[in-house]
Ligand binder design. Structure first.
Ligand SMILES: Nc1ncnc2c1ncn2[C@@H]1O[C@H](COP(=O)(O)OP(=O)(O)OP(=O)(O)O)[C@@H](O)[C@H]1O
Ligand SMILES: [Mg+2]
Length: 312
């Protein structure tokens, strides 16, 4: 697999505070790669160093097989950036903003006009192209932020929390458009502290905490790497205590507690353990009122690795 970005031993300090602490990353051409981590984990700092916006203290960055420090100007032509903070002129129209960015990347004449139109159409803003940016809704502003970043058709697009402050429908639109850009060949690096977004669009993810990558792989690989299994919540019509005694003895059950009348059962990973519990409860004629299953996800991975939640 061809690596489009290779980062080795990346360190970034702000005065004596180490915000990025020895990060290694290899990003494959054509993937949507997620950077997941809580506030302050170092996601934006990592991204900004890869974009050459911040000077690094240590390490190397290669993009398109070339050393970033030696070929920065050339590399930047093929890279787009959707910053966490909105970056356009509030008092200009959508089309003037996108045109400004297109010119900045050296587009002129017919190519400029066509590219601006394509970027605005793609983000669903063409009909509102003459609207002044500051009058736009939160979702439209986020889409304009994206239009400015893709006007020059970059091969790599860095997106730093592009859905912050938007309603669920706009969020889904943005996630869908990311998938389309990716299908058209763009490599995307996406930061967020919403694991649902990572699960929706990313093939691989690096989980960051305190400036370090603490886990890296496909979502399935990361979930497989932890020992936590499924969690089952069961509400019975009666005899809760008797059920606890029974369940605790069953194969694959690591814990079973009564939480306000609901059984909170922790299971080892294999699915057959769930069948075993059900069979035993039915055989002993326990009546089940309700049940929910919680499968391990990226939040569980983060919790197991750090002992804290992603969004504390
Ligand atoms: N310009 C700066 N000067 C000093 N410290 C900074 C600066 N920018 C970021 N930091 C610190 O570096 C750490 C990493 O910040 P960064 O913005 O990279 O985190 P993040 O993962 O993007 O967080 P968020 O999810 O809140 O955007 C934080 O502790 C932050 O306070
Ligand atoms: Mg950030």
């Amino acid at each position: 697999m061809k690596m489009i970005i290779e980062v080795t031993g990346l360190v970034k300090r702000y005065k004596d505070y180490t915000a990025v602490d020895g990060v290694n990353l290899s990003i494959q051409e054509g993937e949507i790669f997620g950077l997941l981590g809580p506030n302050g984990a170092g996601k934006s700092t990592t991204m900004n160093t890869l974009l050459g916006l911040l000077k690094i203290n240590n390490g190397t960055v290669k993009m398109f097989g070339k050393d970033f420090s030696k070929h920065a100007k050339e590399i930047k032509q093929s890279v787009g950036y959707v910053p966490q903070d909105l970056a356009f002129f509030e008092t200009l129209s959508a089309i003037d903003n996108v045109t400004y960015w297109g010119k900045l990347y050296g587009l002129r004449g017919k190519e400029l006009h066509t590219s601006v139109q394509e970027a605005l159409e793609f983000t669903g803003l063409w009909d509102r192209r003459k609207g002044i940016a500051k009058t736009f809704s939160g979702g439209m502003k986020r889409r304009l932020n994206i239009a400015c970043a893709i006007v020059h058709k970059p091969r790599i697009l860095f997106m730093d929390e592009p859905t912050v402050g938007v309603d669920p429908q706009s969020r889904n639109n943005i996630l869908e458009s990311i998938k389309i850009m990716n299908q058209n060949g763009m490599t995307i690096i996406y930061t967020t502290h919403y694991m649902e977004e990572i699960e929706a669009i990313c093939e691989r993810v690096a989980i960051m905490d305190f400036g370090k990558v603490i886990a890296l792989g496909s979502i399935d690989e990361l979930i497989d790497s932890i020992s936590t299994g499924t969690r089952l919540s069961l509400e019975l019509a009666s005899n809760t205590d008797a059920a606890i005694s029974l369940i605790k003895e069953l194969e694959g059950v690591t814990a079973c507690n009564n939480i306000n009348g609901v059984l909170d059962i922790h299971l080892e990973k294999e699915e057959r353990f769930l069948t075993g519990i059900m069979e035993n409860l039915i055989r002993k004629e326990f009546k089940i009122k309700s049940m929910t299953l919680e499968k391990p996800n990226l939040e569980t991975v983060f919790l197991q690795l750090t002992g804290k939640k992603l969004r504390d």
